[in-house]
Design a protein around this ligand. Structure first.
Ligand code: DGL
Length: 285
């Protein structure tokens, strides 16, 4: 792992900064954050890494995810990133602390929106839909400890959904069946608010709405995360609004899927082989 801890600058205080922001996820899910960042900061240059060779992160060990997070962050720093966005709840839970201890640049992570949900609920019951990795993490336990007191929080693992999004199946019968099986227990228990605690899930929003119906609020944290990124970057965002994407997975397949999800042509290049090395730590959690 390269040591950028000294070389990396902190929050940009000067008037304008042309360097890109580095964003990563296990796959295409982080694009649900990227699209909000582009809406709010159209001139921002973004370099995005999809670690599709190693998804789903939700089933991997923390040590495995941390190694991948360091390899990708080194790549993004070498690409000139001035800040990093961990556009993945699972990777934030497993690696944000270690990345912040190592790199001296601003790092924005993402965690399930327990607090906004507990403020929004009228029934006092909220459902958190996330990967097993996120829901089993210490960070999530701490989040519940801080914000879950006056609300009944139902933590619902949604295994299989990440793979459905990666396969481009946003509303097919299998995706709808998986959604029904993880949302039904939440509805039966009286949840009136559902949090999308994995960045892949906003791409299933229409299907999720169709299953939960109009009486349930669905919280997509993308816009709030993008606001946080804007805050961290400071006033001036002076780039060309470019988006460069890389993947450890199948570049042509990811390119087709990313273009479809963002509704614009995106070009995806293979991540350098050096950044794709299989971690030598336990694979499974
Ligand atoms: N998109 C990721 C998240 O927000 C996780 C996906 C995965 O399990 O790979 O948690």
């Amino acid at each position: 792992m390269a040591d950028h801890s000294r070389a990396a600058p902190g929050v940009a205080h000067h008037m304008s900064d042309h360097r890109p922001v580095g964003v990563f996820d296990s796959g295409v899910g982080g694009l649900s954050i990227v699209r909000e960042m582009r809406r709010q900061m159209p001139r921002l240059d973004i370099v995005y890494v999809s670690d599709a060779r190693y998804l789903p992160y939700g089933e991997k060990s923390d040590a495995f995810i941390r190694e991948r997070a360091f390899a990708i962050s080194d790549f993004l720093l070498a690409a000139g990133a001035r800040a990093l966005v961990i556009a993945c709840n699972t990777a934030t839970a497993a690696a944000a602390h270690a990345l912040r201890a190592h790199y001296a640049l601003p790092i924005v992570g993402i965690e399930p929106a327990v607090k906004p949900a507990s403020q929004a609920t009228r029934s006092g019951i909220v459902g958190i839909l996330a990967t097993a990795g996120t829901l089993q993490s210490r960070r999530y336990a701490e989040l519940l400890e801080r914000f879950g007191h006056f609300t009944r929080v139902l933590s619902q693992p949604a295994s299989g959904l990440v793979e459905q999004v990666e396969a481009g199946d946003l509303d097919g019968p299998r995706t709808l069946a998986l959604l029904r099986s993880c949302l039904r227990p939440l509805l039966d228990a009286g949840a009136d608010t559902v949090v999308l605690g994995c960045t892949h899930y906003p791409f299933l929003l229409e299907s999720i709405r169709a299953v939960v119906g109009p009486g349930v609020q669905v919280i997509d944290p993308g816009a709030a995360v993008a606001r946080r990124v804007a805050q961290v970057l400071g006033a001036a965002v002076e780039g060309g609004g470019t988006l460069r994407c890389y993947t450890s997975g199948d570049a042509p397949a990811q390119q087709a899927l990313m273009s479809r999800l963002l509704g614009e042509p995106v070009s995806v290049e293979p991540l350098s082989e050096a950044s794709c090395v299989l971690p030598r730590v336990a694979l499974a959690r």
